[in-house]
Design a protein around this ligand. Sequence first.
Ligand SMILES: CC(=O)SCCNC(=O)CCNC(=O)[C@H](O)C(C)(C)COP(=O)(O)OP(=O)(O)OC[C@H]1O[C@@H](n2cnc3c(N)ncnc32)[C@H](O)[C@@H]1OP(=O)(O)O
Ligand SMILES: O=C([O-])CC(=O)C(=O)O
Length: 371
Amino acid sequence: MTATKGLEGIVATTSSISSIIDDTLTYVGYNIDDLAENASFEEVIYLLWHLKLPNKKELDELKQQLADNMELPKEVLESFKTYPIDRVHPMGALRTAVSALGLYDEEADVMEDAANYRKAIRLQAKMPAIVAAFSRVRKGLEPVAPRKDLGFAANFLYMLTGEEPEAIAVEAFNKALVLHADHELNASTFTARVCVATLSDVYSGVTAAIGALKGPLHGGANEQVMKMLSEIGSVDNVDAYIHEKLDNKVKIMGFGHRVYRKGDPRAKHLKAMSEKLTKLTGEPEYYEMSTKIADIVTSEKSLPPNVDFYSASVYHSLGIDHDLFTPIFAVSRVSGWLAHILEQYSNNRLIRPRAEYTGPGMQTYVPIENR
Ligand SMILES: CC(=O)SCCNC(=O)CCNC(=O)[C@H](O)C(C)(C)COP(=O)(O)OP(=O)(O)OC[C@H]1O[C@@H](n2cnc3c(N)ncnc32)[C@H](O)[C@@H]1OP(=O)(O)O
Ligand SMILES: O=C([O-])CC(=O)C(=O)O
């Protein structure tokens, strides 16, 4: 038995949801470029969960179900006030609140297909409400109730700020949601599948996935990219900052990928949005710094930017607090987690690989007084 570190190149399951072949990403066979330009996030949710694009009636029904399920149980809202709010990271709050949601869902442990689908709707609808409400409560503001007449992207921005967002912000945020929705067997999706393959419940699967997404080698990288841009401060400082990191073998957040070799196809869409939005907000230096960093890291390390790199300046331009970047990733990616959870249940087998043992050989127990 020989281990492959990080399971690189190991094919661990079959899936009909998304694929990465020759650096091309598709959701159910639709190229991500096509979806990013044309689809609403709600259409993508439907696509991932039903493996087909919805017709108008099916889409309207899904939108209605999401709008009807956004409100949070008052116990979950109240519990935010009991968190150590001045130091808790919103990803920790999200993980805890999603776990708590399961306590207030009477169907949490009902394992029938229809009940699992209803839980998927509830979780998809409530995740943005958690992120927005927590963000407000920690600032001493009242949560804003969702509006049934707004779409998913607009509703999130509305719940966050209490103001109806501008069309350009809704368009950009919708595109970011589409781009982050699913990504084959990434670490958090794999985590969700491992969890529910024990026939554990949907809430446990999503809670586990949030924990995996939080790390800076995965979804947590987008917040770290923003931290780096803030530290660098101006285009003139990029060269010295990045070379100092590379010389000291410190990883540059937002670069590299386990699967893509030529580059992450999502990055170009986020790059274009970053250019447009940073200009509009009068902060073009965030885009200029980003492109200069990308030039250096790509030419010197052959590492192209991944999805987390330009999303940082995009979210910053939308006025979103930097520690909400990864929770926002989760608000989108939960659509993919839920698709994979439902797919896992539909054709389940316990996921239990082996470990190559590298510890000592057979030993004889020594009584404590003789050690
Ligand atoms: C949504 C997402 O999850 S996208 C990924 C988000 N994560 C990041 O942006 C964090 C920065 N990137 C990384 O840490 C990595 O590229 C990962 C985790 C994404 C992929 O990692 P792996 O496939 O395991 O590659 P690994 O970490 O082994 O790196 C291979 C080599 O490239 C180097 N490398 C990889 N990424 C980077 C980077 N961002 N900056 C500098 N060097 C890097 C490593 O130091 C290593 O060099 P070595 O062989 O000289 O030791
Ligand atoms: O697939 C991966 O390893 C990470 C990634 O890009 C994602 O989850 O979007």
